[in-house]
Ligand binder design. Structure first.
Ligand SMILES: C[S@@+](CC[C@H](N)C(=O)[O-])C[C@H]1O[C@@H](n2cnc3c(N)ncnc32)[C@H](O)[C@@H]1O
Length: 232
């Protein structure tokens, strides 16, 4: 079965080589190299964040009340199966953004021709310029890797542009009592208030849910998922 090509939009990524862009260092390792290495050396089921069924994410997306024509983007979607369940549900306008080409290739290979309608975006959310405003922005376990104030501010600026007025933003992170590291990297744990403080007055919190994620290795990670609307 032919695998659809990653969209050329990607190659935006010129900055990843460090040319003319801010340094993307995490623990002395280039951010993109770190994630590329993870996805090239581990199968999707071997990573701690793997979930067979992203039921909570789907529930929160449904809670926004958008219809199947809504433009949805999964920020840092990696090799997540959220795109599969959104396609199964009937959503027609899905984008998946990640800075790892290997992660996107894994999802593309899994979906085969079904993935041809998906917009695959290879980019770093902290330097990405959204080409359009989406109805729903979803992020599971990406925002918490932004441990510098500069990166969090860049993310908030990107979300302000990338979510239409009246649109929805869902962010899942490790909770305040969740793990302090993930994938060998330090994280910043959050609750709805700390995310809201970063997002600023452009967004209003709608709800927050706690969630215990069971990793493939059998441990439990405490998450929080918060849903916001973009003010008009
Ligand atoms: C813990 S994984 C979560 C993946 C996916 N959201 C899921 O729930 O399975 C974090 C993901 O964020 C991506 N990522 C990390 N930092 C990023 C950034 N600055 N911009 C875009 N993607 C990023 C990684 O490549 C990885 O796929």
């Amino acid at each position: 079965m032919p695998v659809p090509a990653i969209t050329p939009a990607l190659v935006e990524i010129a900055g990843f080589a460090g040319i003319g862009r801010k340094v993307l260092a995490v623990n002395g390792v280039d951010r993109q190299s770190h994630w590329e290495n993870v996805y090239r050396t581990k199968s999707d089921r071997e990573v701690s964040w793997f979930e067979e069924s992203p039921a909570l994410s789907l529930d929160l997306i449904r809670a926004t009340g958008v219809d199947h024509k809504a433009a949805l983007i999964d920020i840092g979607g990696g090799a997540s199966r959220l795109v599969d369940v959104l396609l199964d549900d009937g959503f027609e306008d899905i984008s998946v953004l990640d800075l790892s080409e290997a992660a996107l290739a894994t999802s593309q290979a899994r979906l085969g021709v079904r993935g041809a309608t998906v917009d695959w975006l290879l980019a770093d959310v902290t330097s990405w310029q959204p080409p359009r405003a989406y109805d729903v922005w979803h992020d599971r376990a990406v925002f918490h890797f932004l441990t510098s104030q500069e990166d969090r501010a860049a993310y908030a600026a990107c979300a302000s542009k990338g979510v239409r007025a009246g649109g929805h933003l869902i962010i899942g992170t490790f909770a305040l009592d969740g793990p302090e590291r993930c994938s060998g990297l330090p994280v910043m744990r959050h609750d709805a208030a700390s995310i809201g403080a970063v997002l600023g007055s452009a967004f209003t919190q709608v709800e927050s849910r706690r969630h215990d994620h069971r990793t493939p290795a059998g441990s439990t990670q405490r998450f929080q998922f918060s849903r916001f609307t973009r003010n008009k």
